[in-house]
Unconditional design. Sequence first.
Length: 483
Amino acid sequence: MKKFLIFLLFVFSIFSQEYRKPTYSGSFYPSKREELKIQLDNFFKNVNYTEKIDNEKILGIIVPHAGYIYSGQVAAYSFKLLENLNVKTVILIGRSHKAYFKGAIIDDRNGWETPLGKVEIEKDIFEYLYKKKNFIVNKTILDYEHSIEVEIPFLQYILKNFKIFPILLGDSSKENIMSIANDLYEVLKNRKSWVIVVSTDLSHYNPYEIAKQKDGLLLETLKSKNINLIYSYLSKRKIEMCGDAGVFTLLKIAEKFSDYEVKVLNYANSGDTGGDRNSVVGYASIVILKKDKKGGDMLTEQQKKLLLKIARETLEFYLSGKKLPELKIEDPVLMEKRGVFVTLRKKGNLRGCIGYIEPVESLYLAVRTMAINSATKDPRFEPVKYEELKDIEIEISVLTVPKKVKSADEIVLGRDGVIVKRGFNQGVFLPQVAEETGWTKEEFLSYLCSHKAGLPPDSWKDPKTELYIFQAEVFSEEEFRNF
């Protein structure tokens, strides 16, 4: 009899672990089914979009994970977009608040349970990822983390007949993110009807106005899709994001599928939703949308490599005193007249940068001309010597035609290069300057005026000063080796 009871207890223990029980119902969100449904119903009824969003192009959403009374209304803006979509698989990505670890934690149970019922885990994804070195099972860390659990009731309310796949990250290093993103891309590239849900709050425990400034900078930088600039701002504490690893993973996956755009649907902080304004937490609802590529505006990897090869060979021949080789280019994209800058860096330090803002000559010829000029005619530096070439990294920026803007509000830091003009004074910064310096928009524009255009630092605020923006396809020899 005793052995039989032990057997029953063993079987019950195994059975009870088939579904993860909710850990945070009753604290972060209501534990009673009807109370939870009423709260979610109110959140979704109060969603009011300011622009039309094509939800058929959704790759992923970014949502907060605080207690529902603080962040639930903000979260509803992203989840509402999933309504009426045929979503069969939801990849849920959070970052652990309690543990640091490499790789990712996944779950081998049948599913997760909330007051709204049970939702199953996509077993075929588990079987694939568990064989990879980056993925492990650790229920202790997973079950005591709230950032994934609190998103599931929203999904249960808005979707039907779907499965989940929860992923918990504990390291936001570029190496770790790239490994996880590569594996997830392999899972998703041939799968249909999926969406990625990333869980993060923004700034933590700042006074109300400082939180708005920090979060505004983060949201602006996300729109630029400049991941390195986001890393830079995070390291300098100019922005905060507790779920950074999930956000980076989503952006890297989005890069692999398509050109994409980032849209901010809603923002608030706990000071707006009833909390103490002396110490607030920021929340945002964000969607990542596929964006159709525009033919000649985007260079292929092969075109980038060819332009870098032209620049490298040009410098090798020119600086060694040899006659430049004849170029036979038939690619119509490379034959278009385009603005272009060539930047040289020696062991990470700037060694020369000159370019055409306007489209003056064919792209491949402009690269050749600007490679020589950057090496020999940048007045800030002595001419580059042939012996230095082995230590020099070449970067090329292919520009769009500059467009005049009415004010600095239209400038997206990290996406836009900026030209400032007033009378005979003019200065230009490429988009990547923001990434390299970690400046805010005000710092970026002030330095542009004072150091490049010879104008007072706050001239960009004067209506008499003209501002132009352009975008750049930026690539370097290092690009094909690094993140």
